[in-house]
Design a protein around this ligand. Structure first.
Ligand code: GLP
Length: 239
């Protein structure tokens, strides 16, 4: 894993340059998308670069990590809505080339892995991290060989994410997420983490053992992963 530590603003810019380089080399790359507050700076920078003509997504395909079960794309807390609003509507992508797992038709969701394969596999997967080490919605204990599946969310994850809903009761109890194997199949991975609430889990997944109890720790075994941290998220790293 390559670790990059810089200000919140700079990590967004530096991660965005990875996309500029990738799309220069491969304009029809397949990108893995993530939600949460962490990628917002990166998405704003990609939108800015696109408006400035420095990057184009017109031949790009995207596959998002996850979606809440029970929310359709018109719900303002669905991840489809988030992606449309924060990225897809601001860049020159063909919306038909964007994929978010359905939170409504979850039966057969493992087919999502086949769709990714048919598109040529993911060139660059973006990840945030939950305070419990989850990537996508792969909570602690998720098997390493998991593909896209429905999960029951940890109470703590629902509490953390309740800040976006009017009350915790409205936070869905389940989600559909790419599995750990789906994520590890990506040819390149970028994980971003910002703020002191992530410092402990950042230390655990980078310096601790590779264990299903810390889902992101599997990234230690991925051949091409970059981790972008702000100084607060990196504060507990020993080197
Ligand atoms: C959610 C998402 C994850 C995301 C995590 C962290 O649970 N399913 O993909 O990485 O939250 O979110 P934030 O970036 O807001 O801290």
């Amino acid at each position: 894993m390559k670790i990059i530590i810089d200000t919140e603003e700079n990590i967004a810019k530096r991660a965005a340059q990875r996309y500029v380089e990738l799309l220069k080399e491969k304009p029809d790359a397949v990108l893995g998308g993530a939600t949460g507050s962490t990628p917002l700076g990166l998405y704003a920078e990609l939108a800015r670069l696109c408006a400035a003509g420095e990057i184009s997504f017109k031949d790009v395909k995207t596959f998002n990590l996850d979606e809440y079960v029970g929310l359709d794309g018109s719900h303002d807390q669905s991840y489809r809505y988030f992606m449309n609003k924060n990225l897809f509507e601001k860049i020159d992508i063909d919306i038909n080339n964007t994929h978010v797992p359905s939170g409504i038709n979850t039966e057969g969701c493992e087919q999502y892995d086949e769709e990714i394969k048919a598109a040529g596999g993911i060139d660059l997967q973006l990840l945030g991290i939950g305070v419990d080490g989850h990537i996508g919605f792969n909570e602690p204990g998720t098997p390493w060989d998991s593909v896209t599946h429905v999960v029951e969310l940890e109470q703590n994850t629902r509490e953390v994410n309740s800040r976006f809903f009017s009350s915790i009761d409205e936070v869905p109890t389940h989600a559909v997420t790419m599995g750990i194997k789906t994520v590890m199949n990506a040819r390149g991975i970028i994980l971003m983490a910002i703020g002191k609430s992530k410092a402990e889990i950042v230390k655990a997944f980078i310096e601790g053992p590779v264990t299903e109890e810390v889902p992101a720790s599997i990234l230690q075994l991925h051949p091409n992963t970059e981790v972008y941290l702000d100084p607060e998220a990196a504060a507990l790293l020993s080197k």
